[in-house]
Design a protein around this ligand. Structure first.
Ligand code: BGC
Length: 756
């Protein structure tokens, strides 16, 4: 790290007492680090995050129980992820960075990028996606936005924290491949592209070791492999054993332990069990965090910020179904049913809970615009309670109207930080009323307010479904603009909506054990699983409609063959074939056709959002590199793509691919390979080096032996037998002396070594 403060920081460390240094490694209270006044080291302040400021100036807590300042509540990540819009993510970051400056916040605690392993995770509303590529791109631009204002961020929760049940003690047990391929890349992308000032380590263990004590995670992967330069901060209370934590790479303990853990650090240095250099290194990083900050003026016009919240939500909501009923014609007599129309659920519970600046409901927004709307409550927004009289009035109003819009969603208690959802259903009172209204009204629109997928048993019966997610305080105005056609929906699902909970990949291994979470589905999460199993889903990853239509054509690559150190540019033309301006999210998926490894059927490796006027054509442009084709090899402890054919697929969604093109990838690398008696013949023959040596040795010896000509057989059964025959069996099969086989093995290993 090279900053103007290097020298000053070295001097400060020399002047600090052991106690001061240990003290700097934990908070003074819930939100501040400790100042060292005699040396002019100020405290810095942290605040949640991620979709608005939860800055507490009075009583403090990390569960969203006590009051915080008034601030604008922006759409939660479940919504903004659906924008598939990195520019929007950056703007949201800039907006929040500016607010932080106005409120004296130095570090904003976000973004939260954990993968949505199950729709049941109570905190999914704060997370982006089931896809690491999408989450990484959005997080990196959010961080760049915040940090462009001189404010730091804390990407969280590092890592494999994918459920709330016993999040503070359970162990996420997963393969190295799933870890690197699914659960780490969003962090990796953000660290490499935006260098967040801090990373927040999670509460849980990973394969038995607490994240806050995990040297492999916090030092080897994060710092050595990815080049992270900032500080690791614990999640609030995520310290298990402070001294090993410091040694593993955890710099700051939040919120602090009232000095108990600081004293442990001091004692460990004094009794020689902790090298003071380790402490000094953390102190150096923390001093950089504090002193390198370039303070900027922040000036907030809260009304303007509110308008931004509305706009971001308009760009994020997903039109899941539409038989043409939407947008509503302005003269249409419409019934609004469901308490969410007046009391929208727009944010989740827990540490991200904002004391919102102002909330406008969809009904208020409609009334302001003079729309022909009547309202009936139908069902409550905060519980599952069917009320005959209320329902009857709603059905009557629906029958009278030309169209009915039902504002449905999950009550607050159904999903929150701190616990997981018990099921994937909407409250039964809502499902029942939706069915009753469908029986009397042909044009039913359902508007959803939820942080994670819900089962929609009525999906085939309604005319339209508009997913608002937890859309922030502007959700009512955004819903109004989208329903009545003042805005054109352009969000796409950042997660699959399965048909039912039992279909989900982690169904058998989610929050059902007190100590362990076994990630048995491995790399197959979300669409990777549903695609591999060819399962029907309610709505696919990447799906979403618009009020206009788009056509694709002219898919091109700038080369047919791409080498390991090259990039390939992919372009495709998209035309707006409808009659209004709209945005399309062009998605690029890659299919590995080499057969070299177990891979998902396809994976998202690019997305590009385009705005097009009617009749307009523009090009979506993607750049792919070796990583785009690669998977994480445990053997090679690295990303790897085999040479061979890959298919580039352009899609409107993961289940609606519109054009595709083959490309040849050429790798100069081979996965580490050593041969022994148990190595199968097929593997020997597939590797160019061993195949050559083996061929040479066999032809030398063949005149002396009379074995059946195995290798030349074209019988499929024989071929398959050869392929999976270990050398030890091959030896007996061809009556070859043990020493001869061992000699061939040695030659092959020597040749493999020489190749390295
Ligand atoms: C949450 C973090 C949050 C912190 C501070 C913890 O409970 O997991 O996401 O930033 O509290 O409120």
């Amino acid at each position: 790290m090279n900053t103007k403060n290097n020298q000053k920081i070295k001097e400060l460390i020399g002047q600090m007492t052991l106690e001061e240094k240990a003290g700097l490694c934990s908070g003074s209270d819930f939100w501040h680090t400790k100042a060292v006044e005699r040396l002019g080291i100020p405290a810095i302040m942290m605040s949640d995050g991620p979709h608005g400021l939860r800055t507490q100036k009075g009583e403090a807590d990390h569960l969203g129980l006590q009051d915080s300042i008034k601030a604008v509540c922006f759409p939660a990540a479940c919504a903004t992820a659906s924008s598939f819009d990195v520019e929007l993510s950056r703007k949201l970051g800039e907006t929040l960075g500016n607010e932080c400056n106005a409120e004296g916040v130095d570090i904003l605690l976000g973004p939260a990028v954990n993968m949505k392993r199950s729709p049941l995770c109570g905190r999914n509303f704060e997370y982006y996606s089931e896809d690491p590529y999408l989450a990484g791109k959005l997080a990196a631009s959010y961080i760049n936005g915040v940090q462009s204002k001189g404010v730091g961020t804390s990407i969280k929760h590092f890592a494999a924290n994918n459920q709330e049940y016993r999040r503070m003690s359970n162990s996420s047990n997963l393969s190295r491949r799933a870890f690197h391929e699914i659960y780490l890349p969003a962090f990796e992308e953000a660290v490499k592209q935006s260098q967040p000032k801090t990373v927040m380590c999670s509460y849980n263990k990973i394969n038995g070791t607490f994240a806050s004590e995990n040297k492999e995670l916090l030092t080897d992967i994060l710092r050595r492999d990815w080049g992270f330069e900032g500080c690791v901060v614990t999640d609030w209370g995520a310290v298990n054993d402070r001294v090993p934590g410091l040694e593993a790479g955890t710099d700051i303990e939040m919120p602090g332990s009232g000095g108990i853990n600081d004293a442990e650090i001091v004692a460990a240095v004094q009794n020689g069990t902790l090298d003071e250099a380790v402490l000094n290194q953390s102190v150096e990083r923390i001093l950089h965090l504090i002193l390198d900050k370039e303070q900027q003026e922040g000036c907030v016009d809260w009304e303007e910020e509110h308008e931004k919240a509305v706009h971001y939500e308009e760009e994020s909501a997903v039109l899941l179904e539409n038989d043409g009923v939407l947008p509503l014609a302005s003269e249409r007599r419409t019934a609004y049913i469901g308490e969410f129309a007046v009391n929208p659920r727009y944010q989740g519970g827990g540490s991200s809970h904002i004391n919102s600046w102002k909330v406008t409901s969809a009904l208020e927004a409609a009334e302001k615009k003079g729309r022909k709307v009547v309202y009936e409550m139908g069902f409550p927004a905060d519980k599952d309670e069917y009320n005959e009289e209320m329902a009857a009035r709603a059905v009557a109003a629906a029958k009278e109207a030309e169209t009915t819009v039902i504002f449905a969603g999950l009550p607050d208690v159904f999903e929150s930080e701190g616990y997981d959802r018990a099921h994937m259903q909407l409250p039964q009172c809502q499902n029942r009323l939706i069915e009753e209204i469908c029986a009397v009204q042909k044009h039913v629109v359902v508007v959803l307010h939820n942080g994670s997928p819900v089962e929609c048993p009525w999906a085939e019966k309604v005319s339209a479904v508009l997913e608002m997610y937890l859309g922030g305080e502007g959700v009512g105005e955004a819903a109004d603009a989208l329903l009545w056609g003042e805005a054109n929906p352009c969000g796409r699902l950042a997660e699959t909506f399965p048909l039912r909970l039992e279909d989900t990949p982690s169904y058998l291994n989610f929050a059902n054990d007190k100590y362990d979470v076994n990630y048995a589905e491995d790399i197959f999460i979300g669409y990777r699983y549903y695609d591999a199993k060819k399962m029907p889903v309610q709505w696919a990853f990447g799906h979403g409609h618009s009020y206009t239509s788009f056509a694709y054509g002219n898919l091109q690559t700038d080369k047919e063959t791409v080498g390991e150190h090259e990039t390939v540019t992919v372009t495709v033309d998209v035309t707006n074939t409808g009659s209004r301006t709209g945005k399309e999210v062009v998605q690029l998926y890659i299919k590995d056709e080499t057969g070299a490894a177990v891979r998902p059927e396809k994976e998202l490796k690019g997305f590009y959002k385009l705005e097009l006027a009617p009749g307009e054509t523009r090009q979506a442009v993607f750049e792919l590199d070796a990583r785009s084709f690669s998977w994480y090899s445990e053997k090679g402890a690295d990303w790897y793509a085999a040479s061979g054919v890959y298919r580039i697929c352009i899609g409107r969604s993961s289940r609606d691919l519109v054009c595709e093109k083959e490309i040849q990838f050429v790798s100069e690398r081979h996965l580490p390979f050593t041969v022994d008696m148990c190595t199968c013949l097929g593997d020997v023959l597939r590797h160019p080096v061993t195949a050559r040596v083996f061929g040479e040795m066999m032809s030398q010896g063949s005149s002396e032996r009379s074995e059946p000509s195995l290798m030349d057989s074209s019988d499929p059964m024989m071929q398959s037998m050869i392929d999976s025959m270990p050398l030890r069996n091959f030896k007996s099969f061809v009556h070859m002396p043990d020493a001869a086989v061992r000699g061939i093995i040695e030659k092959m290993n020597q040749a493999l070594q020489a190749e390295k």
